[in-house]
Ligand binder design. Structure first.
Ligand code: AMP
Length: 381
């Protein structure tokens, strides 16, 4: 199967070739025709499976078929995402492909944490809006935006969008949308929230499930190191230095801890930044950019980053501390081993946490031998 055969707009093909997308991924092969036929879709596929392009390409194609309309505050397509970083990332993909089309498509990403005025000014004439829920509602209340003509609603990381934290905002948004529209829900995991909402939100959807999550992460090598609390920092620095790790994403349980771990790494000659919810949007984006481009070796993050963010070819993830839920673990380790490359995800485990770690591994149908580190000389790290 080729992209051409899937029926996407011919002007998109050269750019796909240039980006070395030689053939569609599974979610693209099955999702693109369904979306082009204007079906509702529930797509279960992890980030890294090519799910962004699976909705961007057909949505752009559908928009090309519409007659030219006057510029106003009415958008055609709304994409809702849980984090600011994902808003930027998805907006970038729409913009990249949108530019090669004969009828230009204007995409904007809007999110909180930055001034609302420039966003209000630029919104005029936008076709595709990628937004986090809070800022979207702010823009509506400022009359900068009209959702009454939305043709397609896309929820990326849908299980996160539909959990309790976003519930009130999401209900408010659903009430602002026209009743007849195309709905596309994408999620890496099929959760209870999703099962509940799919009946309300989706109309006779095509359900596309790409492998189980357990199978998806089979390509990721997992290992576990027993460690006591006071040796987590030295062990981290030892592993990074001794294994000459050039790009490592480290997860901690809190923003405060992320700051402390990053500061210690930097003090020990390993370039690192921390990224978490309390950082300004500018600081978050520049840390992520510096990490992606290889300017810094280590990014220390909270679970804020565990969803959706695509870091091409990331070789290492280290769980400095274990997450509470197996689902977060899957999202965290899923940052590595992407697009068919092998990755290594290392978890630091206190002996008291071993039961919890085993529960996580069991959920993933994985078994690993734990590495003892008590005798490891960490002096000087
Ligand atoms: P996503 O699942 O949308 O986060 O995409 C994961 C990565 O796969 C991104 O870096 C995309 O650029 C890449 N990708 C998406 N579709 C293809 C494709 N058909 N062939 C090769 N790479 C792709």
């Amino acid at each position: 199967m080729t992209f051409d055969e899937l029926g996407i707009h011919a002007s998109l093909l050269p750019l796909l070739e240039k980006n070395k997308f030689h053939k569609p991924t599974l979610i693209q092969e099955r999702g693109i025709p369904a979306i082009l036929n204007q079906h509702d879709v529930l797509g279960i596929a992890k980030t890294g499976s090519g799910k962004t392009a699976s909705f961007v390409l057909p949505i752009l194609t559908l928009l090309q078929r519409l007659p030219k309309r006057e510029k106003n505050r009415k958008i055609d397509v709304l994409v809702l995402v849980p984090t600011r970083e994902l808003a930027v990332q998805v907006g970038d993909v729409f913009n990249e492909y949108g530019q090669s089309l004969p009828n230009p498509i204007k995409t904007m990403s809007v999110y909180g944490g930055v001034s609302i005025n420039p966003q209000m000014k630029s919104l005029f004439g936008t076709n595709v809006l990628v937004a986090t829920p809070g800022r979207l509602l702010d823009l509506v209340s400022h009359n900068a935006l009209d959702l009454s003509m939305v043709r397609a609603l896309i929820l990326d990381e849908a299980d996160k969008m539909l959990n309790l934290g976003f519930q009130d905002e999401m209900n408010e948004i659903f009430n602002l949308l026209p009743e007849v529209r195309q709905n596309l829900l994408f999620s890496a995991t099929l959760s209870k929230n999703l099962e509940g909402i799919q009946n309300v939100l989706l109309d006779d959807p095509q359900v596309i499930e790409i492998e189980s999550v357990e199978a998806d992460i089979e390509s990721i090598n997992l290992s576990g190191y027993f460690v006591t609390d006071d040796r987590r920092g030295p062990l981290l620095r030892y592993l990074i230095k001794e294994n000459k790790m050039d790009q490592v994403l480290v997860f901690t349980s809190s923003g405060q801890k992320a700051d402390r771990v990053a500061a210690k790494l930097t003090k020990n000659g390993i370039d690192a930044y921390a990224i978490h919810g309390k950082k300004s949007q500018g600081a978050r984006q520049s840390a992520l950019d510096a990490f992606k481009s290889g300017k810094i070796k280590v990014l220390v993050a909270t679970d804020l980053l565990s969803r959706g963010i695509d870091i091409a070819g990331l070789p290492f993830v280290i769980n400095y501390e274990l997450p509470r839920s197996p689902k977060d673990f899957i999202h965290r380790v899923g940052r590595t081993g992407r697009a068919d490359e092998n990755g290594l995800a290392i978890s630091f485990v206190d002996r008291q946490e071993i039961k919890h770690f085993k529960v996580i591994l069991k959920k993933m149908k994985r078994y690993i031998d734990m590495v003892e580190t008590d005798d490891l000389d960490l002096h000087g790290y």
